[in-house]
Design a binder for this molecule. Structure first.
Ligand SMILES: [Zn+2]
Length: 65
């Protein structure tokens, strides 16, 4: 499945990018942002999002399998 960023059209979004979209925007979202655009959208830094991804993985979140 090739997911594309709805904002900048970067394609081949990673599982981490898709997982963090679902975690932060809701599992029912149908449009995804790349990590750069998601950070901008949520007004946080890319580093914050990467930290979050690691946190979710540590919690065993299945969205990142
Ligand atoms: Zn983007």
């Amino acid at each position: 499945m090739n997911m594309m960023c709805v904002s900048c059209c970067k394609d081949n979004l990673s599982k981490d990018e898709i997982g963090v979209n679902k975690k932060l925007l809701g599992e029912s979202v149908s449009e995804y942002y790349c990590i750069d655009c998601l950070a901008e959208y949520l007004e946080v830094s890319v580093e914050d999002l990467k930290d979050k991804i690691e946190e979710f993985k540590e919690q065993g979140c299945t969205l990142f399998d």
